[in-house]
Write a protein that binds this ligand. Structure first.
Ligand code: ATP
Ligand code: MG
Length: 303
């Protein structure tokens, strides 16, 4: 797991950030940024650079490789530190707390400004790093930057989707985005996977979830990773989160993905509440989707 850099931020000085952002810049051109390039990219004196490198290496914000030449690159902690610094400068965040959740492809922390926030660092390229390399999924141009690039794209994507959906759909309010990180409203609630609904609440909660999915569809998106792990439930309703893989409704697979999302949700309710989940005719629902009549699905949901 990547360490929480927030605890190390206070020890870092402006010049350390100059070095880190210089390397961030250099990583656009090569996977390992050559030592000779550092004065140009970081605008620091060569003497200071040696000292800054040591400080940043000690804090595991940088990695060094010496094969044909000596080069440096950011670790995820280094990239986290740069994003966090940006949020602090913009006064988006004044404080970072403990972990809220560690997902397959992200680390989420509590954060604070004038309201409770959640800070999500995307890790997409990191967890799949080896596979991605093997599959050569990335073009020669951006392969050297693959993990930073993939994670940043995922964060940009998720932020864009949240901005489109909020407030018509019940999603966390987007607050800010930088590099591979997003800041959003912190949701109080319990994940649907952990909730224990009373028998008389089951249908109502299922309806709320399906209605949010319908609202998202009307606003132009299919979540595409719906499950009981990406829904919060609280006394005032449900919130659907974790949107980086959402697809626009005009995407060729959008209806297939919507159908899978609905199946995932219905499947969860049937498994967990076999005697209270409504007897939904999944075939009718699927047919309505395949026939490209989302209105029919909506009627079905609002039965
Ligand atoms: N806005 C938020 N407020 C409070 N907690 C959050 C918020 N967003 C995420 N979390 C917590 O962090 C965990 C991980 O977040 P999220 O589901 O967005 O990413 P992920 O789990 O990495 O994605 P995946 O579902 O692909 O594994 C969630 O399960 C949740 O507990
Ligand atoms: Mg998730």
């Amino acid at each position: 797991m990547v360490q929480n850099v927030a605890t190390r931020m206070a020890e870092l000085e402006d010049e350390d950030f100059h070095l880190l952002s210089g390397i961030d810049h250099g990583m656009r051109f090569s996977r390992w940024v050559a030592e000779e390039k550092l004065p140009e990219f970081s605008r620091l004196d060569p003497g200071d650079i040696v000292y800054r490198i040591d400080r940043c290496m000690d804090r595991e914000l940088l990695e060094r490789k010496t094969i044909q030449y000596t080069g440096y690159r950011l670790t995820f902690e280094g990239y986290d530190a740069l994003a966090l610094r940006t949020f602090a400068e913009r006064e988006t965040i004044v404080d970072v707390g403990g972990p809220l959740g560690v997902g397959k492809e992200s680390d989420v922390y509590e954060a604070r400004s004038f309201q409770p926030l959640a800070l999500k660092y995307h890790r997409e390229g990191y967890t799949n790093f080896r596979e991605v390399q093997k599959e050569r999924e990335y073009t020669a141009n951006n392969r050297h930057r693959s993990w930073l690039y993939t994670a940043r794209k995922a964060a940009e994507r998720e932020y864009e989707v949240l901005e489109t959906l909020y407030p018509d759909v019940s999603v966390p309010r987007p607050v800010d985005q930088n590099r591979h990180a997003i800041v959003m409203e912190r949701i109080d609630g319990v994940e649907l996977s952990r909730a224990k609904l009373e028998p008389n609440q089951v249908i109502g909660v299922l309806d709320l979830v399906l209605n949010e999915m319908a609202a998202a569809y009307r606003a132009g998106y299919v979540h595409a990773d719906m499950s009981e792990y990406n829904v919060f439930i609280a006394t005032d309703g449900v919130t659907i989160f974790d949107w980086p893989q959402a697809v626009p409704t005009d995407h060729e697979n959008s209806e297939e993905l919507l159908r899978r999302d609905i199946e995932n949700v219905l499947g969860h309710f049937h498994r967990k509440y076999p005697s209270n989940a409504p007897d939904v005719d999944e075939t009718a629902l699927k047919a309505a989707l395949v026939e490209d009549t989302f209105e029919a699905v909506e009627q079905f949901i609002n039965r």
